[in-house]
Design a protein around this ligand. Structure first.
Ligand SMILES: *Cc1c(COP(=O)(O)O)cnc(C)c1O
Length: 419
């Protein structure tokens, strides 16, 4: 992460000392780098230069308006999974014609809203959704642009909770059933078939699953063409992994090169527009969670560092036993001990890192790295904990991009029973 650098024994983010950010904004606080986000997106754009490609940002990874705004300005499209995300994208200034709408459970209201806004494509995940979409579009006097999300039954080789392209996952339409569903789609009055898509999972660190899924999609596109159903685009989803703990995923360029080589060699899809939906690989390593050590405590078995961030702030360790590097913000001389870094929430699952070698004292600041994706976005108010503030550093300046929540706001919508 080249936006992080140690100067005079203190960790800096794009030139701003994290100690200063902690003092100014308090902890826990998420810190993002504008340059790192733009660099990651820029690598995808450059790898796609000269081709008809729309690189979407899967905004569920981190949907802060400042991040959406930066990516919209850099030319990104957006992959959304709810009407709320569409509202957010529009509020940040994104263009609906660059938005694709994914998700297995789109409600009638969400569909209507997205049709009226004019999204680029609905990624449809079932026959029932297709019929509902056609009926709503017809009632609004429109035709909905559709790609079917095909479940290619490919093992992404990732954590079961973030695998989405296997038969047993709830996502998409089975590969074997896809042709029949396309045939029906072609007859529905409110549907305009425009593409085909897949998304096989997240934190994928090998090229092979992407290529295997692409081959399955190319095969279907060929069968569809033979039946007179012409596609205009392929949407290959997201899922490219990042380095949390020494993983070595393919580079952004290597992934796109492999995809385009395959497409160029396949007459059935050569020349079609290509879309992607990357989340984690754009923002994951552009953010960290800054937290302060409240208490140190030890028993015969373990040493615990109780910090002021918890599973409600960063759920990935509790949810997937995910690993995040945890580093001290100020270098401290002294012997490292093995610490379990845990939060104040009343759950044994509330840990951020286990068995970490750190020299620690109470009051120290720690940076939990690679927290830009699925960090703040998955946070909650469990234990009536206000969600953390978010800060973005940009050329030596730290900007508050989300205020820390107040406790009052957490129960402002609640009502007592009448007397
Ligand atoms: C979550 C998701 C993505 C993004 O996945 P990443 O691993 O963050 O790149 C893309 N498409 C769909 C349909 C998703 O659900």
């Amino acid at each position: 992460m080249d936006w992080l650098e140690t100067r005079n024994g203190r960790l800096h983010a794009e030139g701003v000392a994290l100690t200063e950010i902690a003092e100014r904004f308090g902890t826990p606080v998420y810190v993002y780098s504008r340059a790192a986000i733009e660099q990651a997106f820029g690598e995808f754009s450059r790898a796609a230069a000269g081709r008809e490609v729309l690189v979407c940002y899967a905004m569920k990874a981190n949907s802060n308006l400042a991040i959406i705004d930066l990516l919209a300005r850099a030319g990104a499209g957006f992959d959304i999974v709810s009407g709320g995300e569409l509202r957010r994208a529009l509020a940040a200034g994104a263009d609906a014609s660059r938005v694709v709408f994914s998700g297995v459970g789109k409600s009638a209201n969400e569909i209507r809203f997205a049709l009226e806004a004019g999204v680029r494509c609905f990624n449809v995940e079932s026959t029932s959704e297709l019929r509902r979409l056609s009926a709503i579009a017809t009632a609004c006097g429109r035709r909905a642009p559709v790609s079917l999300r095909v479940n290619p039954d490919v093992d992404a080789g990732t954590h079961p909770y973030i695998s989405t392209g296997l038969r047993e996952n709830k996502f998409g339409i089975a590969h074997d059933a896809a042709i029949a569903v396309y045939r029906e789609a072609a007859t529905l009055p409110g549907i305009e078939v425009t593409g085909i898509d897949c998304h096989i999972g997240s934190q994928i660190t090998e090229l092979a699953p992407f290529v295997a899924a692409l081959d399955r999609i190319i095969d279907l596109a060929g069968q569809l063409a033979a039946q007179g159903i012409a596609l205009r685009h392929l949407d290959l989803g997201g899922g490219l992994g990042i380095d949390y703990d020494g993983e070595r995923p393919p580079s952004r360029q290597a992934l796109l090169d492999a995809v385009f080589a395959r497409i160029d060699a396949s007459p059935a899809v050569r020349g079609l527009e290509v879309m992607f939906e990357f989340g984690r690989s754009i923002v994951g390593n552009a953010g960290l969670l800054l937290t302060r050590v409240e208490y140190l405590k030890s028993n015969d078995a373990r040493n615990f560092a109780v910090v002021d961030a918890a599973m409600n702030d960063l759920m990935r360790p509790a949810l997937y036993e995910a690993f995040h590097r945890i580093v001290p913000v100020v270098d401290r001389p002294g012997t490292a001990l093995r610490w379990d870094v845990v939060g104040p929430v009343c759950e044994s699952g509330d840990w951020l890192g286990r068995d970490r070698a750190l020299a620690l004292e109470e009051g120290d600041l720690l940076a939990v790295l690679s927290a830009g994706a699925y960090g703040m976005a998955m946070s909650s108010n469990y234990n009536t904990r206000p969600r953390a503030a978010e800060v973005m550093v940009d050329r030596g300046q730290a900007h508050l991009i989300r205020e820390r929540e107040t406790v009052e706001s957490l129960y402002a919508l609640e009502r007592r029973l009448p007397d």
